[in-house]
Design a protein around this ligand. Structure first.
Ligand code: NI
Length: 397
């Protein structure tokens, strides 16, 4: 039987599972029911399962009949603190929580791939790890899975993932060469001056004025130090200072985020931020102490994997369903954490259809998703696994 026939035979069942997950959304590290449901399904396909330590999330391990390479396929499972307002009959039953980012679709797509590959086990060379990751929205789930041993036993040679995308039609696959998501780092600058009476500034060192200079000077990092065709963001999102209009405070604090698309720029922006903060403060007789917290790394897709995904998509779903994601996102994706160890590729699955609300933004309470994405994504993943492990691809046609 062709892979497309197998896929259409299980589509209805997979959509029912997606709707069940959609109705019962769970926030980061609270995905207890979702984990249990996925575990039960994987077991029913004869796939070995492993829990993510004592945290939510799990991994399914499927060994093919023949030896070969090991590939990971990751879907995230957490929901958002967004009340659902879609009017769908299977809307969230949980007050204030919904799958507004489509992680119900992502994990069902990986589950459908697991089901298809379990049926094709005799044709499979190598091993597949199905990684159902919690807490993507808080950018902390990948780290928890790595800490709990997901990279080991067996070690993976590569990893791929899917994510819904409302800017592409349901049934299409979106790939991108190179940078896909940005690194996300945080900073906190504590400026110390000397407090005093607002009417006698010459007897004080005003940290509020230093903060004012800094907010604008930090923007010169992007405009003057990052190459015009590279991308970076420096945003001061929070400023705290003072208690009253007639008092110069001792201290002012700036907090913000830095986004970059490659490791060199990431390092450069970090160094520049520290340099500008400390020397600007010094020039104005104050001091600035910078706390810089590095978060998720930049996500740069592997060319070889990207080509495999493209080839599998064209051969199984047709050329029309392969689309190029035109630009990287300055948002972040903690899938990049796994890619610190092994090559990877993040793939978009298109989710718009004839409903106007399906073209809405991710994280919006009204956005709906085309369920065509599930089997299209599962077919693409299955084909990519076959290509990567060197299994006989003709068995899928
Ligand atoms: Ni998401």
């Amino acid at each position: 039987m062709s892979l497309l026939k197998r896929a259409s035979a299980i589509e209805e069942e997979m959509i029912a599972i997606r709707r069940k997950i959609h109705e019962n959304p769970e926030l980061a590290f609270k995905e207890f029911q979702t984990t249990a449901l996925l575990e039960k399904e994987l077991k029913s396909y004869g796939i070995e399962t492993r829990r993510n330590g004592d945290q939510t999330g799990l991994t399914g391990v499927l060994k093919g009949a023949k030896p070969g390479k090991v590939i990971g396929v990751r879907g995230d499972i957490d929901a958002l603190p967004v009340p659902e307002d879609t009017g769908l009959p299977f809307s969230s039953k949980v007050e204030g929580v919904s799958h507004a980012c489509g992680h119900d679709i992502n994990c069902t797509t990986v589950l459908a791939c697991a089901r298809l590959l379990s049926e094709l086990k005799d044709e499979l060379s190598g091993t597949v790890k199905f990684i159902f990751q919690p807490a993507e929205e808080t950018l902390s789930g990948a780290a928890s899975m790595i800490k709990n041993g997901v990279m080991e036993d067996p070690k993976m040679d590569a990893i791929i993932c899917v994510h819904t995308w409302p800017e592409m039609p349901g049934g299409s696959i979106g790939v991108r060469r190179g940078a896909m998501f940005a690194a996300s780092d945080r900073f906190k600058i504590t400026i110390r001056g000397q407090g005093g009476h607002a009417a006698h500034p010459h007897r004080s060192i005003d940290p509020v004025v230093v903060a004012g200079y800094l907010i604008t000077q930090l923007q010169t990092i992007v405009s003057r130090e990052v190459a015009p065709l590279d991308s970076a963001v420096v945003t001061v999102g929070k400023m705290t200072a003072g208690t009253a209009s007639n008092i110069i405070p001792n201290e002012a604090v700036l907090e913000g985020t830095v986004r970059t698309l490659n490791k060199e720029t990431r390092k450069r922006v970090h160094e520049s931020l520290v340099r500008i903060a400390t020397h600007t403060a010094e020039g104005l007789s104050a001091t600035a102490q910078v706390e810089y917290v590095t978060g998720v790394p930049p996500l740069v897709n592997d060319d070889f994997l990207n080509d495999l995904v493209s080839a599998a998509t064209v051969e199984l779903l047709g050329e029309d369903n392969l689309l190029e994601v035109p630009v990287a996102s300055m948002g972040s994706e903690d899938f990049a954490e796994y890619m610190e160890f092994i090559p990877g590729a993040a793939i978009r699955i298109g989710t718009y259809d004839e409903r106007p609300e399906s073209k809405g933004a991710l994280h919006n309470s009204k956005t709906v998703f085309s369920e065509k994405a599930i089997m299209a994504g599962a077919v693409m993943l299955t084909g990519t696994v076959f290509k990567f492990t060197g299994s006989d691809f003709s068995k899928l046609l």
